[in-house]
Design a protein around this ligand. Sequence first.
Ligand SMILES: Cc1ncc(COP(=O)(O)O)c(C=O)c1O
Length: 384
Amino acid sequence: MDVDIENTRLGVPGPVNVHPRVLRALAKPVYYHRTPEFRKIYGEVLEMYNEIIGGKNALTTAFMGTGTAAMEAAVAYMVDENTTVISLVNGKFSHRLMEIAKRHSKNVIVKEYERGKAVKPEDVEELISDNPGAVVTLTHNETSTAVLNPLPEIIKVVHKYDGYVIADGITSVGGDYVFFDKREIDVLISGSQKCLGMPPGLSFVSLSERARERVNEIYRERGKPYYVDLVKHIKKAQQNDTPYTASVSLIYAAHEALKMILEEGLEARVMRHRKVGETFRRAFPKLGLKLFAEKGYYSNTVTAALPPEGISAEDIRKRVLEKGIIIAGGQERLKGKIIRVSHMNLTNVREVIMILGALDLSLKELGHKHDPGKRMESVYEVRL
Ligand SMILES: Cc1ncc(COP(=O)(O)O)c(C=O)c1O
């Protein structure tokens, strides 16, 4: 089957459909980044970003690389060889944070969870009470399993034992609340191509003052990665500047995308993401799709489901793609076992009707016998 890649709707959890306003910003002529004009734009990007994360006090920098660059910078500058790291692993991306941590510390304690399950604060307490001051890594929203981890409770436990939290907010920032200052997040990571509604290629790291002190201490002790030098980036960002050449076009896109988020209003945006998520979660079981994430820990930006008995997840994806929409499958040990539908950035009634309709028809073509009344109900029972 030939796929028209310029006219396929994205239903994957990143990259997401990008608004034409943001695409037009990408087409602006490139300008020299070492100028007051560009610094003004970059400064506004950082300011708008901090507003979105609720981080008036956050020390934020962008990285000219995807989310993993930010993950690497955050871990490398918070952790040295002798740091005890507690890596909470319940999916592919928290696993990646753990792998990065293992490159920087000899002492990484791994707490693995069955995929689909959320991290439990009581487990964290058990581990950190024996290792006060440890650095804890986790994903806020684990994209690979559609689980939203209880970040506020985890932060409380970690701080009780003087530890630090590195939270990957790559699929929560811009789609769900993170409340950087209020929740006292130490280190927050995010990426451009998810709920922030930009193309891939940019990422962000924000530090609390307490985390910055630690980063500076570690930096003094020994050399750290050069390109993703967090200390240099933060220092430059405070002057609205970048250590190396800025991805000028992506910064223009970021400026427009962040402006759009603030125009919509963070609260309205988060509510929209929540409602769309709820709609998918109500509809999926009626189509025979079993929600994958643990009840009570559902992500508001992505939904994962097991296919009905006897139908393959990959066949569902193929049939949906034939209808012009690309949805995601499982990753790592979940490859071929689940489907994942994103509801990030622009998703609204149109996407819900389109994706549910395409899933409905695809399942019917694959021989799934669900009650047709229920099927139609699930497609049109959109309460947004
Ligand atoms: C939660 C999470 N962390 C990290 C990443 C990796 O980001 P990137 O692929 O932009 O490097 C992703 C990408 O899907 C993600 O969803």
